[in-house]
Design a protein around this ligand. Structure first.
Ligand code: SF4
Length: 615
């Protein structure tokens, strides 16, 4: 039996529920359960920060087993940043503990009357007083709960920025964040500071012999895989040296340039010098996390588990800085305050450009002079955003809302999709990747459909990054493949990036673990992934999102990219790629799934919700 825990913070009622066999079979788990329950239980038009919104915490069906890279946890909710469906993944080991506690999903409803945390142990569930940790940093809150509940407890929590309603606050497990879309802000709106689980290791497998054989095969593939040791030893910051600069796709100065002068100071070899230890999520031999310590300079003594590639980008490219120590310190600040590094760095890059244009002056910045290349004002703005002080209070709304507040044409410089700030891959340099941002259900998000075919992955075919069309099918392929992997919360690094695990192997692991033969068929997983993608799209359509929202900032269509391999590029035919994508999906010209498309996935009941939006 697969189970969920339903927690109503308004009434204090907590109850276990069986996940019906039909849902378990038809949605597999992970992102599938998140999309299904969110669609069914969150009515359109509700305030994402109101008690009517729900926060879904999920783990995967293979979490807590010896299968590699399959123990991540997912948060699904209506985003306060975008107003769309969102899903965000966190690492660490919370996913394994949630599974051992006996649940694949926790549905959190309502709002507690005062700061609270949820405590789960065996069959005991309690909503406890969190007043002692409300306002505390993420490390302080986790340390307090560890002291209280012991070393065997595992924790997710939010930081003070979430409590102040910064719209892009994540939820953290250790240092790992479910980073995007404001999942932590929703948790804070419910007065929920943390979830604590105490659980003993447990594993129930339908076919343990076969499962162990498959895990051995998986481990062999990892060890023999191209790039395994390099990725383990250096982690994601390798991206600074390869896709970032090699392709000229590292967005610089608020997405104007594709290369960063002085990038060599940020090479992965430089980060290796300050790396002390490799750490990973539960049951992942890739250990992409790096404990780094600064032993000299203005931030001497700072230790952090990071920064990852995206964070290095966020605190260099947008502001034109090349100060490695500042990236480590910014990572530390974002963790302690509890804010998303990508949205924070992008928002600061937006402010730097407004300052350059004279739209913001020192009167607006509390005297900060936002000069490119200077990390000091950048770091001060990180703190201001986390504490919602001065200009930080405006930027904490995200660049879309901040631009509306600032006026004076500021929206021209807000680099977002559907309200979510764009990450560290330049759309004009990797155009399928750019159209992934435009078409994504969660706003700009590289993890939602990373276009590895533009940097050499031949599956299903290589793609010319600079080509202006013939990409819609690839964007769809990437969206559906990621969705299929995420049915088991599979990490995208060994899947889409390194090709160490494919859907065949993941399917066989699911079949051996759960005893459901259809899960062993990769085509079935792709079918379910595509169904989930359509359901998420319909969630957004119910909220009023249509083709008009599947777009990139105007700059991408009108201003040639400067510098790097893709110097001079613009996205010339976005509508052509969007039409290709819609045709491949069976959607109409307004981006609404056709009735026959929904019927193919058994989503006939959803049809009535979206029919009125069709062209
Ligand atoms: S590759 Fe990194 S993020 Fe992915 S599961 Fe392993 S340690 Fe976690």
């Amino acid at each position: 039996m697969r189970r969920l825990l339903r927690v109503n913070l308004s009434t204090g009622e907590i109850r276990e529920e069986e996940i019906p066999a039909k849902i378990a079979q038809e949605y597999v788990g992970g992102r599938g359960f998140g999309a299904k329950y969110l669609y069914d239980e969150v009515a359109p038009g509700i305030d994402p920060l109101g008690p009517e919104n729900k926060l879904l915490l999920g783990t995967g069906p293979l979490a807590g087993t010896s299968a590699q890279s399959l123990s991540k946890w997912i948060v699904a909710t209506k985003s306060p940043l975008t107003g769309t469906y969102t899903r965000s993944y966190g690492g660490g080991d919370f996913g394994a503990w949630l599974k051992w506690a006996g649940f694949e999903l926790v549905i959190i409803e309502g709002r507690a009357a005062k700061p609270a945390y949820l405590y789960i142990k065996d069959s005991k569930y309690e909503i406890r007083d969190a007043s002692a940790i409300w306002g505390k940093s993420t490390s302080q809150a986790q340390a307090y709960l560890k002291r209280k509940h012991g070393a065997k407890a595992r924790i997710i929590c939010i930081g003070p920025a979430a409590e102040k309603m910064v719209r892009y606050a994540p939820i953290f497990s250790g240092h790992r964040a479910a980073g995007r879309g404001g999942t932590g802000t929703v948790m804070a709106s419910k007065n929920l500071k943390a979830v604590v689980i105490e659980a003993d290791r447990s594993e129930t497998l339908a076919n343990p012999t076969e499962f162990k054989k498959l895990v051995r095969e998986q481990v062999k593939r990892y060890k023999e895989g191209l790039g395994f040791e390099v990725f383990r030893d250096y982690g994601t910051v390798m991206g600074v040296d390869y896709p970032g600069f090699g392709c000229g796709s590292f967005p610089v100065r608020n997405f104007r340039r594709g290369d960063l002068e002085g990038w060599e100071k940020l090479s992965f070899m430089q980060y290796a010098v300050i790396t002390q230890k490799h750490v990973g999520c539960y049951a992942c031999m890739l250990k992409c996390g790096k404990i780094r310590k600064l032993s000299s300079g203005p931030y001497a003594g700072i230790t952090t588990e990071g920064p990852q590639y995206e964070t290095v980008w966020a605190f260099t490219g947008p502001t034109g800085c090349t100060d490695l120590d500042a990236t480590v310190y910014a990572d530390y600040l974002c963790f302690e305050l509890g804010i998303d590094t990508i949205s924070t760095g992008n928002s600061i890059g937006f402010a730097y450009e407004l300052f350059e244009k004279g739209i913001l002056t020192t009167k607006d910045t509390d005297g900060l002079v936002l000069n490119y290349g200077d990390p000091e004002p950048m770091l001060k703005l990180v703190e201001k955003i986390g504490n919602r002080e001065g200009l930080g209070d405006v930027l904490a709304e995200g660049v879309k809302r901040a631009a509306e507040q600032i006026g004076k044409g500021a929206e021209e410089y807000a680099m977002h999709v559907k309200g979510q700030e764009m990450p560290g891959y330049e759309p004009r340099a990797l155009k399928a990747g750019g159209m992934n941002y435009a078409l994504s259900n969660v706003g700009a998000n590289h993890c939602y459909g990373y276009s590895s075919q533009e940097i050499g992955n031949p599956k299903p075919r290589l793609v010319d990054a600079a080509a202006d069309d013939d990409k819609g099918d690839i964007v769809k392929y990437n969206h559906d493949t990621v969705a299929a992997f995420e049915l088991a919360n599979c990490c995208h690094f060994p899947a889409s990036h390194l090709d160490f695990i494919d859907l065949d192997l993941m399917g066989k692991l699911l079949e051996a673990a759960l005893g459901v033969s259809r899960f062993g068929n990769a085509d079935y997983l792709i079918y379910v992934g595509e169904k989930v993608y359509n359901l998420e799209r319909c969630f957004n359509i119910r909220e009023g999102f249509t083709r008009k929202d599947d777009t990139l900032p105007k700059r991408m269509y009108t201003e040639p990219l400067q510098g790097g391999l893709r110097d001079g590029e613009i996205i010339r035919k976005p509508d052509t790629i969007i039409d290709e994508y819609y045709d491949a999906r069976g959607w109409d010209r307004n981006g609404i799934p056709a009735r026959a498309t929904l019927a193919k996935f058994g989503l006939e009941k959803v049809d009535k919700d979206v029919a009125g939006f069709r062209r």
